[in-house]
Design a protein around this ligand. Sequence first.
Ligand code: GDP
Length: 296
Amino acid sequence: MSFGDFFAKRMKRSIEKNMQKSTMTEENIREALKEIRLTLLEADVNVEVAKELTQRIKEKALGGYINEGVNAQQQMVKLVHDELVTILGESLSPIDLTKKPTTILLVGLQGSGKTTTANKLANLLKKKEKKKPLLVGLDIYRPGAIDQLKELGAASGIPVFEQGTQDPRKTAKQALAFAEKNGHDLIIFDTAGRLQIDKPLMEELNDLRKITSPSETLLVVDGMSGQEIINVTNEFNKLLKLTGVIITKLDGDARGGATLSIRYLTNLPIKFIGEGEGPKALAAFYPKRMADRLLG
Ligand code: GDP
């Protein structure tokens, strides 16, 4: 069962069970909130976020929000929905396309889905923004990463610039020159990842940031990550000044809640979500749509 389905089912049950009376009372509000909090925690939403969310709902529910004419369940669903939207970031956070060419640095831990996402993002912006993308393979450490990018690019008709295991700083510079010569107005750099953050990698990424002066530096995070992803995000952000996050693998049976807490805890917008392995399985992140999904 996917994260959205799991969450929606549990959330619905928490609300329906406790809000059987047509009106909201202090007692049923408290009971419902207890279960809503548990559902959030079970979905691996960060404790602090779950607390904040239920607190806000409680304040609104007890503080005169109650509307006599409207069914209690519906009111509670709306309250939860509104607060989820707030936690998730309110509105769409689009890619900054003002700089010509637009340069996007994708960073993240190994296996988070960077290479797959680089190709998906190129496909999406080619179609939606009529961009002429160039993919650049800079992951020289993971065996097969560059070949994987080349295969993905070839299947989508998107050129891939790579120089094998040459120093990625040099390759990045050459890629910028290549893009200019060949009229590419979007360059997506697929950088190396590690299983954990280490200093040499962060130095390399920082150098790449200076070389490419990215329009966007996006952290790709695995939707199956646990709470440690918050620290990982903070570490990357400290050095690289991230502009946003992409969450992958939300199609799987991940609990997903940890990554959905990123916005509230780090203030970084979630820009896209990955929902499959195919080249089209990437969608712009709309907090409202996600909240709709989380409430079935
Ligand atoms: P990288 O090491 O960060 O470059 O990670 P990869 O791009 O190689 O992805 C690791 C694995 O996750 C691959 O098998 C991908 O096909 C898979 N993957 C990436 N994004 C998604 C997604 O949104 N959904 C699913 N189901 N699998 C994904």
